[in-house]
Design a protein around this ligand. Sequence first.
Ligand code: PMP
Ligand code: GLN
Length: 382
Amino acid sequence: LLGADGQLSQTIFAEMSALAVTSGAINLGQGFPDEDGPIEVLDAARKAISDGTNQYPPGNGLPVLRNAIAEHQQRFYGIYVDPDTEVLATAGATEALAATILALTSEGDEVITLEPFYDAYGAMINYARATHVTVPLRSPSFQPDHDDIRAAFSGRTRLIILNSPHNPTGSVLDRATLELIVELAHKHDALIVTDEVYEHITFGHEHIPVASLPGAFERTISISSGGKTFNTTGWKIGWITAPQPILQAIMAVKQYLTYVNGAPLQVGIATGLGLPDSYFTDLASGLARKRDTLGAGLRSAGFDVTTPQAGYFIIADAAPLGVTDAADFCRILPEISGVVGIPVTAFVHPANHGDYNTLIRFAYCKKPDVLDRAAAQLSGMK
Ligand code: PMP
Ligand code: GLN
């Protein structure tokens, strides 16, 4: 069984986080916030522990969480899901993806992703022995070309995995692109998996859940997680919303992966999903300021920077600094600048590295003073 890169090696996130620790550099590699989330969420989980919510929750998740997820889908997107039959709590979005891909694909099926792709997709597609087909997202817009999407579909396409807002490029899929994908999914009888973990972190660009489009819900598996929305990446509370027959198949796999997880943390995330609208808008505006701070620092250090529309990450092109291989450069970057980043090729098949060789992903989900320091250190590197 092979990982995303065809090897069973340590993930790039683990490698670079370890490098940050040993070198003492600022870790803008792995995407996790350095501040706690809302006190209401933390208190609800603490109270759930005190109140004795400490044993296995139901296989599909605590009712309080499933109800909160259903209400969230209705409130933000006007999507109705039945909390008892169309919602499944998972161990983060990661388990949701694993159970979905393992349940719905077999050897020989084709699975389409947008490349660069989040590394777990590639690994899971390999575990399922399915065939990975990619649609390129090219600098600087990182939007898929519609003809490339049409060309990726075939009679063997089983799934297309979308990720909007996108990790690592920070792009958001527009309505016309989503409509085309729904049309092609119908034509080829494929299912749509949509990873929306950054759904609340967009900067003036509307997040459109594909499941809200006409004719989409019946063939869409929507995945999200509390990690990014509530600064609780270590809690690993994720979820799936999907039509009942599809969800049942996924649950059949999920029960043997983890069975269940995080009962008191499920209560915390349920509380978070019910926070007022201002919480969600403040989350995005706070991250927009951080994006701008780091973007300015990277520009003054000489990188070419694409301003992300959403998410936690900014892509910086190191070509103007004379860099030809960002993977090598990222290994020395902690030493020369005291900052850790991730080469974008970690999200790209080796055959396609050419288009991405000089790009680096930096995370800006960090405190303002950390970003100021990182920006100053990167500028000083010149
Ligand atoms: N999908 C994407 C696009 C991600 O960036 C991440 C990392 N948060 C995940 C899935 C995994 O989410 P979780 O930590 O909830 O498993
Ligand atoms: N999603 C986060 C990132 O892209 C963390 C991933 C991980 O550690 N597996 O950095």
